[in-house]
Design a protein around this ligand. Structure first.
Ligand SMILES: [Zn+2]
Ligand SMILES: [Zn+2]
Length: 362
C-alpha cells in the first residue's frame, strides 16, 4: 500500500490487499482470503525479563499465543533474546511464531530538552545480533537526532532487519525534522500501547505544540516520506494486576494485521516491508481494496448482537486534510488525483481504531 500509484502497481494494489475474509469482529489470530493468502495478527514491540519486562520470554510468547495472536516480535533493549527454544515449544505451523528483534534504546544529549536528552528509540525486527546505540549507555553526544536515526536505521538494514521508529512523543522527544532523512518504508508507531507515550500529543505551559503521532505521520507523508504506520504494545508487565492498572504496560492493546502467504519469518518480513498490513487497536477490516481510482474497505461486524457500536472512516490526504467522512461498515473513496496520498483512519464509537497505509497519488 505505500507504493506510488502507477499503471505498474495498480494491479498489485488491487489484488494484494483484497478480499480479507474474517469470520467476525472478534479478533482472530489468522484468517484466510480467497486468493489463498492469510491475515496474521502480530505485535512488533514487546519486552521480557531479559531486559525490563517482568516475565520470561516463554511466558510472554505464551500470552500472545493464547490471546489470538499469530506472531510476536521480542524486542528487548540492547539484546536479541533467543527465540528458537521458545519456538521449539510454542510454534505451530500456520498458527503461531515468535520472531527475533531488539529495541535500540538510543538517547541524544540535548541541553535544550526537558530531560537534558531526547529519546530516539528504534525497534529492529528480524536481526540476529544486537545493534548497540551510540554513546555511553546509549547517550549520544555532539550529534543530532537526525544523524542517530540515520546511523541506527542503516545498521538495521545492513543486518537484514526492518526498522521501526518508536513512540515519537515519549518524553516529548521527536520532531518532524528528526525524521526527514529516514528511508522509505520505515515503520512508524502511529500508536504505541505504553500508557506514558503521549500518542495524542499536547501543548506545554509555554504553548509549545507537539502534534499527535498520527499528525506527525501526516506531516512526514506530506513531505513525501513513505512511512508505514504500525500499532504496537511495547508491553513490559504480564501479571494479572497489570491488566487492572491503567498505568501498567500490559500486552494486548495494539497490533498489526499482516497479509502473507505463509506464517514464516521471511514471508512476514516481506509483507511488512512492502506495507501489506494495517494497524489496529481493535477495529478489524474484513475487506480492503485499492485501485488507481478507488479505495474501498469493509469493517468486520461486532461479534455479539448486543454490540451496536458505530464506525467512522476518515480518508486523509496531504497536510492531514480529511478528504471524506464516511459512516457505517462500508467505506469507499474515489481518488481525484491531487490528494498527494490517501490513507484511512477508522474509529469506532468506543474509541477503537485502525489505520491503513498511505497510497501515494502521483
Ligand atoms: Zn522505547
Ligand atoms: Zn519498548
Amino acid at each position: 500500500m505505500p507504493m506510488r500509484l502507477s499503471h505498474r502497481t495498480t494491479l498489485r494494489l488491487a489484488t494484494s490487499f483484497a478480499l480479507v475474509t474474517a469470520p467476525a469482529a472478534t479478533t482472530v489470530a489468522q484468517s484466510s482470503t480467497p486468493s489463498g493468502a492469510h491475515w496474521y495478527r502480530g505485535n512488533t514491540h514487546t519486552h521480557t525479563i531479559a531486559s525490563d519486562g517482568n516475565a520470561p520470554v516463554l511466558d510472554v510468547a505464551r500470552w500472545y499465543k493464547t490471546h489470538a495472536y499469530a506472531f510476536v516480535v521480542i524486542t528487548d533493549h540492547e539484546l536479541v533474546t533467543a527465540v528458537d527454544p521458545v519456538n521449539a515449544q510454542l510454534a505451530e505451523a500456520g498458527k503461531f511464531l515468535v520472531l527475533r528483534g531488539q529495541e535500540i534504546t538510543q538517547k541524544v544529549v540535548d541541553s535544550a530538552a526537558q530531560d537534558g536528552r531526547r529519546q530516539a528509540h528504534v525497534v529492529a525486527i528480524g536481526i540476529g545480533q544486537p545493534i548497540l546505540p551510540l554513546g555511553d549507555n546509549g547517550n549520544a553526544t555532539g550529534t543530532a537526532m537526525e544523524a542517530v536515526y540515520a546511523r541506527n536505521l542503516s545498521a538495521v538494514k545492513a543486518a537484514g532487519g526492518i526498522a521501526q521508529v518508536n513512540h515519537p512523543n515519549f518524553r516529548w522527544s521527536v520532531r518532524e525534522a528528526d525524521l526527514l532523512n529516514v528511508p522509505d518504508s520505515t515503520l512508524y508507531e502511529v500508536w504505541n500501547g505504553h500508557p506514558w507515550v503521549n500518542n495524542l500529543g499536547g501543548v506545554d505551559e509555554k504553548g509549545r505544540v507537539a502534534p499527535s503521532a498520527e499528525a506527525l505521520w501526516d506531516s512526514l507523508l506530506s513531505r513525501g516520506k513513505v512511512l508505514l504506520g504500525v500499532a504496537t504494545d511495547d508491553a513490559h508487565e504480564y501479571q494479572q494486576a497489570a491488566f487492572e492498572d491503567p498505568l501498567a504496560t500490559h500486552p494486548g492493546r495494539a497490533w498489526i494485521m499482516v497479509r502473507a502467504d505463509t506464517l514464516t519469518a521471511p514471508a512476514l518480513m516481506s509483507s511488512i516491508g512492502r506495507g501489506e498490513f494495517y494497524a489496529s487497536t481493535g477495529v478489524t477490516l474484513s475487506d480492503y481494496r485499492a485501485t488507481r481510482s478507488k479505495i474501498e474497505l469493509t469493517i468486520a461486524p461486532p461479534s455479539r448482537p448486543e454490540d451496536v457500536r458505530r464506525y467512522h472512516t476518515q480518508f486523509i490526504g496531504r497536510g492531514g486534510k480529511v478528504l471524506a467522512d464516511v459512516y457505517g461498515r462500508a467505506a469507499s473513496y474515489a481518488i481525484g488525483g491531487n490528494e498527494g496520498y490517501v490513507r484511512a483512519t477508522i474509529t469506532d464509537s468506543n474509541g477503537l481504531q485502525a489505520w491503513t497505509q498511505p497510497m501515494f497519488v502521483k
